[in-house]
Design a binder for this molecule. Sequence first.
Ligand code: SAM
Length: 472
Amino acid sequence: MDRKVDALISWLKESDGFYLNEKINVSEIENAGRGVVLVKDQLSKNERVVSIPPSHQLNFHTVIYHISKFNPSLDIPGVTYPHDEAVEINPENEDDPRYKIYGDFSKYYLLSLNSFQLLSLYVLIEKVLLPLWSDNQVESFWKPFFDVWPTKDELFTMPCIWVEDKSGQYKNTMIAHPPHSLKLMEKRRKVYHKDTVNLVPKIMEIKDKYFNDKPFPDSVLLNEEILNIYFNINSRCLYVNIPLKKFQNNDDHFTLAPFVDFLNHTPETDLHCYPARPKDLLGNKISNFTIMSGEYQYKKINEELFLNYGPHSNEFLLNEYGFVLPENKWNSVDLTAELEEQLISSGCKPFLRKHGYWGNYIMSLETIGFTTLVAFSFLVTKDVRRVERLIEGHISEDYFKPIIARKFKDFLSYLLQKNLKNSEKIKQQRERVTSEKEKICLDNVIQLYLDEYKIVSSHLEDFKRIIDEDDI
Ligand SMILES: C[S@@+](CC[C@H](N)C(=O)[O-])C[C@H]1O[C@@H](n2cnc3c(N)ncnc32)[C@H](O)[C@@H]1O
């Protein structure tokens, strides 16, 4: 990997405007792949860490620019390759298969794609098919970047990959999921399908038209490549506004910035490294992606530099990024499924729905969501007037807590029993599996159950105390 990182840095140095702070470097981090560490001196607060010029970022703009090098009919001022103005003869090799591949892409087709669709298609071509269809004679401009991405063997901890992997090696792992995490996985899976459903047909169309005599991955391998590409993009993308297109989904406003994407996540917000606000957002232009060092002072040699990916719970981190943290203050427990069942059977739904308190019942280590307290207070008391006063803020939560304490304690005890039973099952399964990969996946799931246990048992203790105080 050292050699690959050196090659990446040499490639980045070819660009105008690349900056890399000499006090940092990339290092292997236990259980986190690669990361960025301090290698000498110390970083001052808000010191520039790294800056990646637009030319070496992979996003909707740069992909269209690179495709248009092979297709002069694509014309989007300020974005596509300026064929008319180019003094040099087209610098690309005439035998390059991309003349055929990209020559068929119309502006209408390209602009109909979202960022995930366009980047998945482009990376699949540049990373996987270009070497095969050019007999290894043509190398993608982005090769040094692709070379540092986690391989299929390294990127296996995302639940969506467990299900989508055609070999079925993770089929037991996904059954073990806690229900709320399973919901997040299904959501991600749906988006993955939407973004990749047309990818294979498009590639087959190109292959059948031009490259039938060339090697091509079999369907299992192709599926693996697509999963690897898609989840590399999804776990490495950084928010920027893409001015060229109004996407339906805000998640499509992203760029991939080499080196910046070596930074691992910290749950601390506003303390560690952060992206500087782009100053020169002019027209269709995307600016340098710059990372600053933030309030925290990095002083110790080999200390890791972090970025906060957002206030994400372990369930979210697992499904989007394939890891969990041993301590994460953004964890929460979703009580919706269990609570809704009771609320429906006791006729509370119409009242809660009318007041906008139906669904989304959440509890974190710090607090029980107000929506949850309102719902539970109504479930226990059916006191329309007083619960309305609670909603309006005229009665405090402390009035209801002793009233709902016994029933809430029973509810939490039930959740805890269920949690212990399910996590025990997974621990037993963990004992039986032989594959190291599956063990890691199951350890992550066990952590999710542990997170739930911590939150539920802490509130259970609080409510036991409330009951004891009330008895006195
Ligand atoms: C943007 S990349 C960061 C660089 C990555 N570690 C690598 O080797 O290229 C995001 C991925 O890094 C890993 N990661 C990030 N933060 C982590 C953390 N705090 N603990 C464990 N893994 C982490 C996860 O695999 C995640 O999908």
